[in-house]
Ligand binder design. Sequence first.
Ligand SMILES: Nc1nc2c(ncn2[C@@H]2O[C@H](COP(=O)(O)OP(=O)(O)O)[C@@H](O)[C@H]2O)c(=O)[nH]1
Ligand SMILES: [Mg+2]
Length: 262
Amino acid sequence: MRSRFLYIRPVSGPEQDFEARYPGIRLAPVTVIIPAYDEEQTVASVVASVPAEMSGLATSVLVVDDGSRDRTAERAAGAGAYVHRQANGGQGAALRAGYRVAASRGAEILATLDADGQWSAADLAPMVELVARGEADLVSGSRRLGSDQVTERARQAGVVVFGRLITVLTGQAVTDPANGLRVMKADVARTVRLEQPQFQAAELLLSALSAGFRYREVPVAHLPRQAGVSKKGNDLLYGARYGAAVVRTYVRDRGWRHRGRA
Ligand SMILES: Nc1nc2c(ncn2[C@@H]2O[C@H](COP(=O)(O)OP(=O)(O)O)[C@@H](O)[C@H]2O)c(=O)[nH]1
Ligand SMILES: [Mg+2]
């Protein structure tokens, strides 16, 4: 499938920053993108936990740090990751920059992982396998098909409610629309329109489904944070904003399905 759009909005020159640090570098076919903000206590062990190969393909790790006040970038680089730095713009902007850098530096399959140890890199392997075998274009982890050791009731309710909402809107069964583990063909990131500074998981999913990409879910484990604090803030406010992002993306992209794709 050839991509018709390059909709990932540029974020203060990610390519330039990355190119200045790593001139001419090509990333591995599978690149694991880790957004990290003030995660110096855990980022090195998370980077080190990414297997050198998945599905017989070599992996690179790309940490996106936007203005951490601690030693996140140094720790990540010390553990062997490529580090892209930019001005603070939220987790969505960080992931978008990561997708853009990786897709333009040779990565064919993009994966995401959090820097706080709440998701396990080992769970990415079966997800990469589905994309590498051509059985899916976008794969999300699901704590509801797998396990959830984080018993925050508001969060768990939010996952169920928004999963149902997206299922109703798209007709695709979605059980965990805020999972940190995602794997996709680079083409998906090149095609979908990503603008959300924070809620890019919902935007990516809705946009990819509207564009006709094939979606799968794989059971994964959600673990307690190893150190530090969540960057998400008040759960109710977060939920309301997340819901608004879902509706906004749905309204924006719903025509795609009817227009069809090349
Ligand atoms: N670069 C960057 N990473 C972020 C930002 N906000 C959150 N993250 C990272 O995104 C991942 C998930 O965030 P977290 O606060 O753990 O969310 P939670 O698990 O839903 O509570 C972690 O690796 C964070 O460091 C941000 O503004 N910029
Ligand atoms: Mg977390």
